[in-house]
Design a protein around this ligand. Structure first.
Ligand SMILES: [Zn+2]
Length: 213
């Protein structure tokens, strides 16, 4: 079974994707992490990819194609793929469908973890990042032990966790990424989940609707 996880910033999509990927042993394509590690490497496209990530823009199709194909071709076809943070546009979605089709596979589910924009802004504004070790806390959902990080470092609110920057990223999500879910609905493989439930409740709903257990 191959799954895509979608959801606006702050929806908890990454948390859910990781829980499912670990428990049910998927090949986990964590785009943010994979793109960041490439942008820090000596890959010839590193600078180009870093520029897009730093600006909060989508990584262009010619690079996502290479990166996704590299991942798909190097991982076991006996396990399902779970994509988180990719595809981010209709063009990338179609690109992924084509690549999977080459090895006789398809996307089985596109899960959309939905929360209202006000909730995204509320949750992301509560993020605090440690200046020393880079660990990210959330004052609402994952508070630090004191007013400092566990490592003793000072906590700060990053520039891109300020309300204006959050709204700009949400705008990109709505206009470019959400159409992927609308397409999946027309293909009969879209599944919307209410992201305002507890982490446990969301996980339970996904496991039951996908018949994973
Ligand atoms: Zn720290």
């Amino acid at each position: 079974m191959n799954i895509i996880f979608l959801g606006p910033q702050g929806s908890g999509k990454g948390t859910q994707a990781e829980l499912i990927a670990e428990k049910y042993d998927f090949n986990y394509f964590e785009a943010g992490k994979i793109f960041r590690s490439i942008s820090d490497s000596d890959n010839p496209n590193a600078a180009m990819i870093k520029k897009h990530i730093d600006r909060g823009e989508l990584v262009p199709e010619e690079y996502t194609r290479l990166i996704a194909w590299d991942f798909i071709s190097k991982h076991s076809k006996n396990k399902g793929f779970l994509f988180d943070g990719y595809p981010r546009s209709l063009a990338q979605y179609e690109q992924l469908q084509d690549m999977l089709a080459k090895s006789g596979q398809k996307i089985d589910w596109v899960i959309n973890l939905e929360i209202p924009e006000t909730e995204s802004v509320h949750r992301l504004s509560a993020r605090r990042t440690c200046l020393k070790c880079g660990r990210v806390y959330n004052l609402i959902t994952n508070p630090p032990p004191t007013d400092k990080c566990e490592c003793g470092g000072e906590l700060m609110q990053r520039e891109d966790d300020q309300p204006e920057a959050i709204k700009r990223r949400l705008g990109i999500y709505r206009s470019q990424t959400h159409p992927v879910f609308e397409k999946a609905l027309t293909e009969g493989i879209g599944l919307e989940i209410n992201g305002e439930q507890s982490i446990e409740a969301i996980n339970k709903e996904i496991v039951s609707k996908l018949n994973l257990s």
